[in-house]
Write a protein of this length. Structure first.
Length: 341
């Protein structure tokens, strides 16, 4: 893997003020947070004209990776502001080729849809009624039916027709993993069945608390409980198919002055051309506080998936402008760690 160069720019900008910067008091990562980097201050007189380059670092991952297996905990050792890993994921997309396999960006994991919806414990795949829903991994059907009498969500009937698969030992020997497929119109499995990855287990619908047809998908770690969900986005490999060739994923953690993850903090991600101009904008937010969890190996508080490979700039304002410029390679996960100073 070639070397990836990280350019970190910090510019004091008197016209920019702290934008809804909330210190995280309810969001707690389940594992130790990645090592952070303190950023230097750039003097005002240095900001005229071209940005001043600071802390130029050569990030050269030296991981030895089994290409057929996802990374293990011991391989996520990164003390840089930006790290890049090949990303195989642990599970397959629950929607097959020929259908919408991207995650709906309007209501991502750990968001509230701008304060208009409940805290989201999963992700959505928007597809038409009858779209086949596939098992994301080999496993046992631990629940299949309508959830009116079995409490597997915040209230009875929340998921409607739902299937839950158990995947023993998927992440580690001492932590079971469960995948949940909700709002189905049809079920093709029963509790106790064994299914293989890619098996059709149901069809997309809008049963339960759903507005319009879509698949609500969750990953639960440790226990098959509503409060044990993690972001499914980070369990998939980046897409690489005829509609979305050679994509990448970005995640990270933005920490406040006290070291706590910032809550629902607005970020701006720009995709850059080879000339440094902006060709696309993305607007991820850090996770809302509540009954949601970081990936057990990453400790992130934001993520965005299926990005075209190339050069990017992540920026946000918190008394000054913070910027990180980096490169995403096809099939990779980029991870950013920033602590306010």
């Amino acid at each position: 893997m070639r070397k990836f160069t990280l350019l970190v720019f910090l510019v004091i900008c008197g016209l920019l003020t702290l934008s809804a910067c909330q210190m995280g008091q309810g969001w707690v990562a389940e594992t130790p947070l990645p090592t952070t980097t303190q950023f230097p201050v750039v003097d005002d007189d240095e900001t005229a004209g071209e940005p001043v380059k600071r802390n130029t670092q050569s990030v050269s991952p030296t991981l030895t990776v089994n290409e057929d297996e996802p990374l293990g905990a011991e391989e996520f050792d990164c003390a840089e502001t930006f790290c890049l890993w090949p990303w195989k994921g642990w599970i397959e997309r629950p929607i097959g080729l020929g259908y919408s396999r991207t995650i709906d960006p309007s209501y991502p994991y750990a968001s509230t849809g701008g304060g208009t919806l409940d805290l989201h414990h999963g992700v959505e795949f928007l597809n038409r009624y009858g779209t086949p829903v596939l098992a994301a991994h080999d496993g046992e059907v631990v629940f299949a039916g309508f959830d009116s009498t079995t409490m597997i969500g915040p209230f009875g009937g929340f998921y409607g027709n739902v299937v839950i698969l158990g995947h023993a030992g998927l992440l580690s020997e001492d932590q079971d993993v469960f995948t949940l497929y909700a709002h189905l119109s049809e079920l093709f499995v029963e509790s106790g069945d064994w299914v293989n990855a890619g098996s059709v287990i149901g069809e997309v619908g809008s049963s339960g608390a759903a507005i319009g047809p879509h698949l609500h998908f969750e990953v639960r770690v440790g226990l098959n409980e509503y409060n044990h969900t993690v972001n499914p986005m980070l369990w998939f490999a980046p897409l690489d198919d005829p509609d979305h060739p050679a994509t990448a994923t970005l995640a990270g953690i933005i920490l406040g002055l006290d070291g706590s993850p910032l809550i629902e903090f607005q970020l701006t991600l720009e995709r850059l051309t080879e000339f440094g101009t902006v060709e696309a904008y993305y607007y991820p937010k850090t996770y809302e506080a509540g009954r949601v969890n970081a990936h057990p190996l990453l400790g992130e508080n934001f993520s965005i998936s299926d990005l075209p490979p190339g050069d990017y700039r992540l920026a946000f304002s918190a008394n000054r402008l913070y910027e990180v410029i980096f490169t995403l390679e096809p099939g990779s996960l980029g991870f950013i760690t920033v602590q306010l100073d």
